[in-house]
Design a protein around this ligand. Structure first.
Ligand code: FES
Length: 218
């Protein structure tokens, strides 16, 4: 399985990567709380996903990028995140926060926020909620590590691509690439493979091919 960025064009996905749409669900208090699969596309060996945001057949490319002369210049480094993240060290958990990768999914805001919860991670409920919030962060902005074991806490994710929708807020989110599927730049450079990354599908990110939250306000 792999995702090849094409120059000023779509993502070419090969290897039979499952593709689905998921919506962010909310609890009674309006907090983002989980994911609901609302559509699964028939499995295809190869397909092209729109990167410019203007296709009439989204999430698939319909060729519009050529007509609008989409500038899809990749600006991200090989690392999909900066090397100097903020680090919050709590009693049991350590949070690494790559702010530039925020896609505004907002799972991290519940119960006082993950930053606060990490600092109280010796309290079982706070620890559990912090882990839940980090594992729901689609872009991998938020990553937790357990001091006692030294292990990074990552969700188990099926290799797949999820089109993120947040209908409660009228937001169309990025493509959530799950399970470490390799992403290659248009000139063939591999980006660092991570368990979770999010790719821009509105064409407006300043960190292409990754999402930087610029879709908010679409
Ligand atoms: S990338 Fe082809 S229509 Fe958007």
């Amino acid at each position: 399985m792999k995702i090849q960025v094409s120059k000023n064009g779509p993502y070419i996905v090969t290897g039979g990567v499952p593709l689905m749409v998921m919506e962010i669900s909310h609890d009674d208090e309006g907090n983002c709380h989980g994911w609901q699969k609302v559509r699964e596309y028939p499995l295809q060996e190869r397909y092209a996903l729109c990167r410019c945001g203007r296709s009439k057949d989204r999430p698939f490319c319909d060729g519009t990028h050529a007509a609008i002369r989409f500038d899809g210049t990749e600006t991200a480094g090989d690392e999909p995140y900066l090397l100097d993240p903020a680090v919050i060290r709590g009693p049991e958990l350590e949070l690494t926060d790559y702010k530039e990768l925020c896609v505004h999914a907002r799972f991290c805001l519940r119960a006082g926020g993950i930053w606060n919860l990490t600092q109280r991670s010796d309290i079982p409920d706070a620890r559990k909620t912090a882990i839940d919030e980090a594992c729901n962060c689609p872009s991998g902005r938020l990553v937790l590590r357990d001091h006692r074991t030294g292990e990074t806490i990552e969700p188990v994710l099926e290799r797949s691509i999820v089109v993120i929708e947040n209908p409660a807020r009228g937001e169309h989110g990025p493509l959530w690439v799950r399970g470490g599927i390799p992403v290659l730049s248009a000139d063939g450079r591999p980006y660092t493979a991570r368990n979770r990354v999010t790719l821009c599908r509105c064409g407006r990110s300043s960190n292409k091919p990754f999402c930087d939250g610029s879709h908010i306000g679409d």
